[in-house]
Design a protein around this ligand. Structure first.
Ligand code: AP5
Ligand code: MG
Length: 190
């Protein structure tokens, strides 16, 4: 089983690269951001609660996203592997993911981190905000808040995987195909 964590700050290109990786490696794409947005669209109670935080650029509680991932792992029992995009975003989520996978006799194969500077991140997200309809893309202050949340709560997750010798970082600036090539070189060593 190939279980890849694609890591990086908001706008680093996790979603863009996931689309290409799922095709090449036949993986199931699990993006907690996408799952939360679909809950919002469906108007569920969970979605309504999450929206209040997401619109401010603040992380939703760990137990909410861990529960969502647990359900998705259960409903994709025949998958040959998963790509985790935007999850785990805290050390508590990373620990919970290890436990969930262990209970299925599986493990994370490795983490690939996309490195992109703040100026480029803000440029990409504001640009996407022109037509994405995502409230958290529309306002420079909320974009900066997402980056602050990332630096304080999410960046430490890299150390969690470094300690397990499962961490590689690559340059996230360049064309989508160039970056895809760099990620594949790493994934092929897993
Ligand atoms: P989430 O949906 O995960 O958003 P994010 O991580 O903040 O960032 P994005 O999805 O916007 O960026 P991305 O890295 O996927 O980049 P993309 O490929 O889209 O989370 C949203 C919110 O949900 C969070 O703030 C939080 O509230 C909540 N949440 C989600 N998961 C959570 C969790 N686990 N725990 C707690 N809360 C959680 O690319 C961005 C743009 O750049 C696009 O327009 C793209 O076309 C462009 N682009 C991509 N690659 C390139 C390139 N190489 N060159 C130029 N432009 C590029
Ligand atoms: Mg994304």
């Amino acid at each position: 089983m190939l279980n890849l964590v694609l890591f990086g700050p908001p706008g680093a290109g996790k979603g863009t690269q996931s689309e290409k990786l799922i095709q090449k490696y036949n993986l199931v794409h699990l993006s907690t951001g996408d799952i939360l947005r679909s809950e919002i669209t469906q108007g569920t109670e969970l979605g309504l609660e999450a929206k209040k935080l997401m619109d401010q650029g603040i992380l939703v509680p760990d137990q909410v996203v861990i529960g969502m991932i647990s359900n998705k792992l259960d409903s994709n029992k025949d998958a040959t592997g998963f790509i985790f995009d935007g999850f785990p975003r805290t050390v508590a989520q990373a620990e919970a993911l290890d436990e969930l996978l262990k209970s299925k006799s599986a493990a994370i194969s490795g983490m690939v981190a996309l490195v992109v500077d703040n100026e480029e991140l803000e440029k990409r997200l504001l640009n996407r905000g022109k037509d994405s309809g995502r409230p958290d893309d529309a306002n420079p202050e909320v974009i900066r808040k997402r980056i602050v949340e990332y630096n304080s709560k999410t960046a430490p997750v890299a150390n969690y995987y470094k300690d397990q010798d499962k961490f590689t970082s690559i340059n996230g600036i360049g064309t989508v195909d160039e970056i895809f090539g760099s990620i594949c070189k790493v994934v092929d060593t897993f």
